[in-house]
Design a protein around this ligand. Structure first.
Ligand SMILES: Nc1nc2c(c(=O)[nH]1)N=C([C@H](O)[C@H](O)COP(=O)(O)OP(=O)(O)OP(=O)(O)O)CN2
Ligand SMILES: [Zn+2]
Length: 137
């Protein structure tokens, strides 16, 4: 994504892949301490996923970029996050959404024969606010 600078993860995997995407969602933080954010409002989230591994599949892919987009965009785009079953019991803060996205992506990667791993989820909620979540190396 033009203009974005991502924090780098130090690792020794032979391949690193990054996938950028946007999704537009509404949410609210159900607590008066969140002020205006306690009311339903929307964001165009910007997401960068960093995936690494040593082996490619028979297509020469570490993981299919399109499958990564489907996993997240199809699930969260044009949704009220608080109402989604995946978000049940969670406050959809940027931090908790980054962690949830990591869990969804890593569960998908665990099903692939070449065993890539998700190193980093970079989730930008507003032009001035973002979170980085890292899986255990
Ligand atoms: N640690 C967190 N703090 C806040 C979160 C969050 O997810 N984690 N979320 C919100 C609100 O939902 C809001 O969407 C984002 O807040 P903020 O960055 O303050 O948004 P602004 O566009 O108003 O930021 P400015 O830099 O003042 O323009 C609140 N806090
Ligand atoms: Zn918000």
């Amino acid at each position: 994504m033009i203009g974005q600078i991502y924090p780098q993860v130090t690792h020794s995997y032979r391949f690193e892949l990054n996938k950028d995407m946007n999704f537009s969602s509404a949410h609210y933080i159900p607590d008066a301490r969140a002020g205006a954010c306690a009311r339903i409002h929307g964001h165009t989230y910007f997401l960068n996923l960093t995936i690494a591994g040593n082996e490619l599949d028979d297509l020469g892919f570490l993981v299919n970029f399109s499958e990564l987009k489907k996993l997240i965009h199809a699930r969260f785009d044009h949704q009220l996050l608080n109402e989604l079953p995946e978000v049940e019991g969670l406050i959809p803060s940027t931090e908790k959404m980054a962690e949830l996205i990591y869990t969804i992506v890593q569960a998908y990667l665990d099903g692939l024969d070449n065993q890539p791993i998700c190193l980093q989820v970079f989730l930008r909620e507003t032009p001035t606010s973002y979170v980085v979540y890292r899986g255990a190396l």
